[in-house]
Write a protein that binds this ligand. Sequence first.
Ligand SMILES: Nc1ncnc2c1ncn2[C@@H]1O[C@H](COP(=O)(O)OP(=O)(O)O)[C@@H](O)[C@H]1O
Ligand SMILES: [Mg+2]
Length: 296
Amino acid sequence: MKKNKNVIIFSDSHDWHSNQLKKELKKLNCNVSCLSLDDCFIDTKRKKNIFIPGYKNNLPDGCIIRTIGKGTFQQITRRLTILHALKKLRVVLFNDINCIEKSTDKSMTTFLLSHKKINTPDTWVPEKIKIAKNILKKLNKEKNYAIWKPLFGSQGKGIKVIKNKKLKLNKEKVFYLQKFENKKIKSKDTWQDFRILVCNKKIIASMIRENKKKITNIGQGAKPLSFRINKEIKKISIRASKLVNASYAGIDIIKDINGNFKVIEINSVPAWKTLQKLTKKNIASILVKEFLTKIK
Ligand SMILES: Nc1ncnc2c1ncn2[C@@H]1O[C@H](COP(=O)(O)OP(=O)(O)O)[C@@H](O)[C@H]1O
Ligand SMILES: [Mg+2]
């Protein structure tokens, strides 16, 4: 008889998504523990050199990483090290730590997208405010403007649309500046973008997010709309997920004024609560099954 799999869900705030995953994992006879990465630490006195609550001399078969959690630079680095250590110890990570790192840093995602010639808006990421101002000046001259995003942001938090050269130094001292390329839906006076959930290189669910504001995250008040996905979006979403080797990913896409689809973000820890309302598929079940195929 096959042994039951030992699985950890990592999050600093176990939410609906953790519960959904836990429920589906249990249906498949997994032993599940919900932990936070700050529960684990490097401990060279232990057989595996790592302390994980509930694990003495053994290791989990796999971990689903839902959040790394907020923290200082050292705390985040330490938590990422735990994940790198687990990978080294051949524990299956969902998503893999390399995928999470590549997609969490928006400048890295942008570089990789552009490097692989996957359509993405023009982007500059300087540290010097003088250079940032010159970039904005140039955009303004061409009657364009920019969107300034935090490097590690999510849910549209901290994003600023910058129409003129007024740029204040923030404490991070990094300017992730991207050409604002979305097109207003004039008939509805709204802004839209697309969120596509990909798992194992297949489209699982998709939605349009529509908002009165330019920033169309659900967390910013956008409403989800069902739509029939076209070949182009399908292709670009799958290419984006493959780019970072994502087992599953939420791909954000905008349609520019020329009608071209452009990838703006790859989420390696995507939410699917809203998408779940638009589909009959059991998303958590699909994700968990894919995760378990990776465990030998
Ligand atoms: N280059 C862009 N042009 C126009 N709108 C954009 C652009 N980039 C992002 N947005 C808007 O801002 C939202 C959040 O951007 P995103 O890069 O996905 O960051 P977050 O991690 O905060 O979700 C998008 O859903 C979209 O509505
Ligand atoms: Mg996004």
